[in-house]
Design a protein around this ligand. Structure first.
Ligand code: NAI
Length: 387
């Protein structure tokens, strides 16, 4: 029989994670301190299952079974029979510490404990536990029901056997699992930073406007969404905060420097789609886009952002955060990149990438353009990242 899964926090992420586990055939207990949030989660999950029935993805009986697998509660105690509990409450270290202290008194000695945190370290959350060996990060992407990627993050104290069993369990939930080191931003939120940061920088230098940069990245680069459209979609408040957190966590490495432009948009309340205006206006009478479809300009913009992304992917591999295959999987399954960045580098040639970075580095003299040693090595050897 499949073990019982506990999910704590019935917000955006918790509700999605609970649904994923229930769809995988587990009995799931979803708890939250706020009963209204639980009702909202139940409605959301029910609506999502009905949609799956409408689209003939599942039968009405299966939907009923999944609904029957879910139990909603305000009692933390209801996690007593869980084999795994995933925490998805607010991103606050002391609140998470308090929760895990209570939870450890309730669950069995063999129950695995996990956090869905995006920006706190697994080591710091686990430090409050009596038994941090059974604690690790299980990082889903929003929306958890649709995004295939899950990053599994062992902390320094996590037992290897626990990591292995969770990797297998989450893979059995029909997810693509990548295991990565407990470093800021894990894989996706680290490697993706230049997609936003370099686009903002290009805009700030007056090279092109938002729509032209988005056009270059989608029409020339093949990305599903341009950086400014994506930042508006994510929300400038959320995206800016992730950048600022990663920047601080990397001891202010200039590679991750946040942008004034994005900060000003955030300060002005231009948060994106959710506020009706971000980099673009979402009003009905919004003025038409002013795209400059100059191929040469578009190609230069695309290449500049791409080589910075590849450099970041190299750094994640160089610093042993994850394997080249895991980094490529993370970026294609977690943020829908059209190709894995390292496979892309192999296609273009590491020397081609290095030449472009060297040129930027020589031009600006800024550390954000410094080529990664692994890129230099692969270029020198004429080898490949992915064998
Ligand atoms: P949310 O604000 O939508 O939901 C948080 C929920 O936790 C609320 O329902 C709240 O009532 C509940 N809660 C707060 N304190 C609690 C406590 N002590 N005990 C039980 N329930 C409590 O937050 P969201 O966006 O779902 O984020 C949750 C976690 O997931 C955070 O750690 C965040 O960093 C992480 N995350 C968020 C992603 C996103 O795109 N929103 C993506 C991946 C991870």
């Amino acid at each position: 029989m499949k073990g019982q899964i506990g999910v704590i926090g019935a917000g955006t992420m918790g509700a999605g994670i609970a649904q994923v586990a229930a769809q995988a055939g587990h009995k799931v207990v979803l708890t939250d301190t706020n009963p209204e949030q639980l009702q909202k989660a139940e409605k959301q999950i029910t609506a999502s299952l009905e949609k799956l029935v409408e689209k003939a993805k599942i039968s009405a009986e299966v939907a009923q079974e999944i609904k029957g697998n879910l139990h909603y509660s305000i009692q933390l105690y209801d996690h007593q029979d869980a084999t795994l509990v995933i925490e998805a409450i607010i991103e606050n270290l002391s609140v998470k510490h308090e929760l895990f202290k209570q939870l450890e008194q309730i669950v069995s000695a063999t129950c695995v404990l996990a956090s869905n945190t995006s920006s706190l370290s697994i080591a710091s959350i686990g430090a409050s536990l009596q038994n941090p060996q059974r604690f690790l990060g299980i990082h889903f992407f929003n929306p958890a029901t649709l995004m295939p990627l899950v990053e599994v993050i062992p902390g320094v104290a996590t037992e290897q056997a626990i990591t292995n069993s969770i990797e297998n369990l989450i893979a059995s939930w029909n997810k693509t699992v990548v295991v990565c080191k407990d470093t800021p931003g894990f894989i996706v939120n680290r490697v993706a930073r230049p997609f936003y940061g370099e686009a903002l920088r290009i805009y700030e230098e007056g090279v092109a406007n938002f729509e032209t940069i988005d056009w270059a990245m989608t029409q020339i680069g093949g990305f599903k969404m341009g950086p400014f459209t994506l930042m508006d979609y994510i929300g400038n408040d959320i995206n800016y905060t992730v950048t600022e957190t990663v920047f601080a966590a990397f001891y202010y490495d200039p590679r991750f420097k946040p942008s004034f432009t994005q900060k000003r948009h955030m300060e002005a309340g231009f948060l994106g789609r959710k506020s009706g205006r971000g980099f673009y206006s979402y009003a009905e009478n919004a003025s038409p886009l002013q795209t400059n479809e100059d191929r040469q300009l578009g190609q230069a913009i695309f290449e500049r952002i791409l080589v910075l992304l590849i450099n970041e992917a190299c750094d994640a591999v160089f610093m042993q955060v994850a394997s080249p295959t895991a980094v490529d999987l993370a970026m294609t399954k977690g943020v829908n990149y059209p190709k894995g960045l390292l496979a892309w580098a192999d296609e273009l040639g590491a020397q081609w990438v290095l030449d472009r970075l060297e040129k930027l580095f020589a031009e600006y003299g800024e550390d954000r353009y410094r080529p990664n040693p692994l890129l230099r090595k692969v270029a020198r050897e004429g080898s490949k990242f992915i064998s």
